[in-house]
Design a binder for this molecule. Structure first.
Ligand code: NAD
Length: 356
């Protein structure tokens, strides 16, 4: 069980340390190797995804990833910016299926900005296609507008596209995930305006024929955004494209109180995966020892479940996290009156203790 540890930038190293401590206390034999990525990769080797890091990621069974990004690198040309590392890993490793569960722990109901009756008991799963869509489509760039009312002016342009096999493979992943839950799948698209997403909807309907036991419905992305904050518990599993999923999953993150609570998994066709918290490198709090490590610890639990098929060990970690929350321990992002504020390392140590 070889794990590539890629802590990255900002709070990345602080939170990944805690997840590694948790993995080490389970009594399992992991081979772990650490490499620089993102801004740290650029600083050490002149590239956000250094060759040695990519090689390690390819050889490993799973990748535990912190976060990348730092404003000091914002002036670099785009291909050298830290965020290119995560896009590169997704592309090189064909990590096309992103799982983002949004679960509200009962102890954190008060940390959500939504009313308790709207969010209490929330347990939904967003599945986002990660390799296609407008983020990767070509042609793209800046040019002189070739037509339209602003012909001849400078314009920026990107290309939204999805091929049939890309939609089919994410559809199968989503239907299979729904089968393991409440058997309800909502496909989010913009079929009323975009050809790409009319095609997406047609393929979803076709793949559904193989999963008659799963209920499928379709929702336009603007309505989905509204329903996520109006009545999020109505959803079970949502599946959508790369850009819509990017936006909706961050909105779903806040339903749970803090983005610091949300794990994620990005899988290839063989369940090799990259596991990371849903948040970024949080440069505003980096180095202060106050970041919430729970999203990263819960991402490590997802790694055990999805890549290593160690469901009961994953359950153990999730139970330990619940226990620590029930003890009233809170990092600053989820702190409320009447609870005990702790730092990153203390929170990690408390999970380790709960596991022991
Ligand atoms: P962010 O997620 O880093 O931070 C947003 C807010 O949430 C900040 O106030 C931050 O302090 C807080 N926050 C995030 N994680 C937290 C945690 N674990 N505990 C407590 N509070 C937490 O998003 P941003 O500020 O938009 O971006 C910062 C950098 O991260 C940018 O360079 C961006 O490109 C990068 N980024 C990287 C990834 C990734 O590595 N996958 C994802 C998103 C953003």
């Amino acid at each position: 069980m070889k794990i590539a540890i890629l802590p990255g930038d900002g709070i990345g190293p602080e939170i990944v340390d805690q997840a590694v401590n948790v993995l080490n206390v389970l009594g399992l034999k992991f081979e772990m190797e650490t490499a620089a990525v993102g801004g740290a990769g650029y600083a050490a080797h002149g590239h956000p995804l250094p060759e040695a890091t990519l090689k390690l990621a390819k050889e490993a069974d799973a990748i535990l990833f912190g976060a990348v990004g730092d404003f000091q690198y914002d002036s670099l040309e785009r291909s050298l910016r830290p965020e290119q590392a995560i896009l590169g890993l997704r592309k090189h490793l064909q990590l096309f299926a992103n799982f983002r569960p949004a679960i509200l722990y009962p102890e954190l109901t008060g940390a959500s900005t939504l009313k308790p009756e709207v969010v209490s008991g929330l347990d939904i799963l967003i599945i986002r296609e990660l390799n296609g869509d407008i983020y990767f489509g070509s042609p793209r760039g800046m040019r002189e507008a070739p037509d339209g009312p602003f012909k001849g002016s400078r314009e920026g342009f990107d290309t939204m596209r999805y091929s049939e096999p890309e939609i089919r493979r994410i559809a199968h992943v989503a239907f299979q995930a729904a089968r393991k839950r409440d058997r309800r799948l909502t496909s989010v698209d913009k079929a009323n305006v975009l050809e790409t997403f009319q095609f997406w909807r047609d393929i979803m309907i076709d793949v559904h024929k193989e999963y008659p036991d799963v209920e499928l419905d379709h929702m336009y992305v603007d309505n989905a955004a509204m329903q996520l904050v109006r009545a999020p518990k109505k959803f079970d599993v949502l599946v959508t494209g790369n850009m819509f999923g990017d936006i909706l999953s961050d909105a779903a993150a806040m339903l749970t109180g803090s983005i610091g609570m949300l794990p994620s998994a990005s899988l290839d066709a063989n369940n090799k995966g990259l596991y990371e918290p849903s948040h970024g490198s949080a440069p505003d709090i980096a180095g202060k020892g106050i970041a919430n490590p729970l999203a990263t610890i819960l991402s490590a639990a997802m790694m055990l479940r999805f890549t290593f098929n160690l469901g009961s060990e994953a359950d153990r970690i999730e139970t330990a996290v619940k226990k620590v929350l029930a003890q009233g321990l809170r990092t600053a992002d989820i702190f409320e009156a009447g609870t005990t504020k702790v730092g990153t390392a203390e929170m990690g140590a408390a999970v380790v203790r709960a596991l022991a």
